[in-house]
Design a protein around this ligand. Sequence first.
Ligand code: FMN
Ligand code: SF4
Length: 592
Amino acid sequence: MPLSSSLDRVLARISARYQDDPYQLLQMLRAVQASYSHVPQAAMQFLARHLGVPLSQVQGVVEFYAFLHETPRGRYDIRFSDNITDQMLGARTLMQRLCERLGVSAGVPRGDGAVTVDLTSCTGMSDQGPAALVNGLAVTRLDAARIDEMADLVDAGIALEAWPRDWFAVRDNIRHPGPMLELAMAPGAALKAAVARGAASTLTELAHSGLRGRGGAGYLTAHKWRFCLEAPGVQRFVVCNADEGEPGTFKDRVLLTRFADELFEGMALAGFVVGARQGFLYLRGEYEYMLPHLESVLERRREEGLLGSNVIGAGFDFDIAIHLGAGAYICGEESALIESLEGKRGQARVRPPFPSVRGYADKPTVVNNVQTFIQAAQISAMGAPWFSSLGTEKSRGTVLLSISGDVPRRGIFEYPFGVTISEVLADCGATAVQAIQIGGPSGHLIGASEFGRRIAFEDMPTTGSLMVFDWSRDVIAVVQNFARFFQHESCGFCTPCRVGTTVLRQLVDKVADGHASAADLVEIEGAGRVTRALSHCGLGQTAPNPVLDALTRFRPAFEARLTGANGDPGFDLDAELSEARQMRGKETQHGG
Ligand SMILES: Cc1cc2nc3c(=O)[nH]c(=O)nc-3n(C[C@H](O)[C@H](O)[C@H](O)COP(=O)(O)O)c2cc1C
Ligand code: SF4
C-alpha cells in the first residue's frame, strides 16, 4: 500500500530523530501514536522496512503496550485512573457522567472521531484523585464541575494548551519530611566526594551505609554495583527504574519533581563507580508531563559540567537519556524494563543471568529505583554514618510512604525504618481503619490486629504504597479491584500467570456477586498457590497476594457472601468446606 505523502514525511522525520535505531522503536511508535491517535499499518510497515526488523516484531510491540493502538482513538483520548483509591473518590461515577455528556461508550471512539473515554491502571496520583490522563497528560482532582467543563471543551474542539492550567497541576503533598527529604545537597557534591575518595572507596562507603534497593526486593545496592563492576566486558550501563506502576505508589513522582538533580547525580555516581558512560531513565508513560522539566535539568547539568564528557573535570564521561514507557506495569520488572528500553515488548527475561551481569544490550547493567540513586548520592556526599545511624539493623535509613485512601492527610511521609503502622496511621489522621494494603497490590492486606508491626525489611517490607480502608469499605470490592488489575497487567507469556490471574479474577467476581460456594473458596486457595509457585516472573508470583491475604485475614467477609450463607437454615459452612477440600485433594492427586 503506498504511503500517503503526509504520513511518509512524518515517519521520515520521526525515524531520523531517533537515528533509525531499532532500540528506539517504542519511542518512534509513541511519536506516531501521538500524531495519528493510532499506529497505522502503513507506519508499521515503514518502520519495519526502515529499521530492518520483522513486521511481526513491530506489530507485537504495538499490541503489547496499552498506550499504542492499531485503530484510531479519539482526538481527545481520556483515560480515568481505575485504582481502588480513585474509585473510592468517585472516578467511575465521573467517567460515567463524562460518557453521558459526550454521548460516548467507554472504550469506543465517538462517531465523529473527537473523543475516547476509557479506564487505565493507576496513574500515580492517588493523593490527588480522581485523576485521568488526557492525551497522555495527567489531570488531577476531578469533580463533577470539571467533568462538565471538560465535556464542553471537547465538544468545542478547544486545544489542550487552552484548557485550564490548574487542572494539570500536580502537587507534591509532602506531609512528613525526614532527613532524606530535608537534605539540601549542592549539585556536584556527591560526585566531588566520590572522586576525592576514589571509586573503590566509594563502593566501600556505600556498603558500610547498608543501603538496600527501594524498588522491591531490597537488594544491597553496593553488592549490585560490585557485581556489575566485576562482570566481564568493557561497556556497562546504568538504568533508573522510574516505572512506578504499583497502584497507590507515587513517591518516585515526587522525587523526580523535587530531586531530579540528586537522581541524575546518583546515576552519574553509579557510572563513575562501575565504569559506565551511558545511563537511561525509564520514565513511566503516565509521567510524560514531567519530560520538559527532566530534560531541562539534564541540559543544565551538561552546561555545568555535571554530565557529558570529562564530568567535573575528573576525566570520566557520563550522560543520560530518557525513555518513556507506554502503559505496562510489567515494565517495572527490571528485565522486562530492559527489553522495553531496547524497543521491544516488555517481557521478563529468564534470570539468572541478572542485569548486573547481562542487561541492556547484553552488557552489565546497574538497575536501581529512583530513590535508591538519590540515597546513594546523599550517602556519597554525607558519609555512610549519616545514613546508617537511622533505621533498624537490617533496614538502614528511612522509608518513604505514599499514603492514600481513607485519610485526611494524603501524601508523602518519611520515617526511619522500624516505625509502627499505628504511628503512621496516627500521623496521617486515619481513624476507624478496617485494613491497609501495604506495598501495593503485590504487597499485603492487613487488619488492625497487626498495626503494631514495624515497617522494615525484617518485618513488614514495602515499596512505599500504603492504602487505607475504613469500615465503610467492602474488602471484597478492594480485592476485586486488585484481582482485575493483575489479570489486566499479566503479559500473557506464561500459562500459570495468564490462566491463574484470570481464574482468580473470575472467582473473586463470583464471590462479590454472591454466586460463590465453599468450593470456590477452596479453588481460590489452590489457584493462588499454583500461580504463585509456577509463574515465570515476579508479577505472577505476587499476583495472588491480595486475594490469599484477604482470604486468610478477612475470611468472614468472604464467607458472608457465599450462596446459602444468608437465610438457608440447612447451610453448614464447615461441612461444605471440608467436602470441597477433599474433592480438591483428590483432583490434585489425579493431576487436576
Ligand atoms: C511486576 C514488577 C513491577 C516492578 N515495578 C517496579 C517499579 O515500578 N519500580 C522499581 O524501582 N522497581 C520495580 N520492580 C522491582 C525491579 O524489578 C527491581 O528489583 C528494582 O528496580 C531494583 O532496584 P532497587 O535495587 O533499587 O530496588 C518491579 C518488580 C516486579 C516483579
Ligand atoms: S508471570 Fe505473568 S507477567 Fe510474568 S511472564 Fe508470566 S505471564 Fe508475563
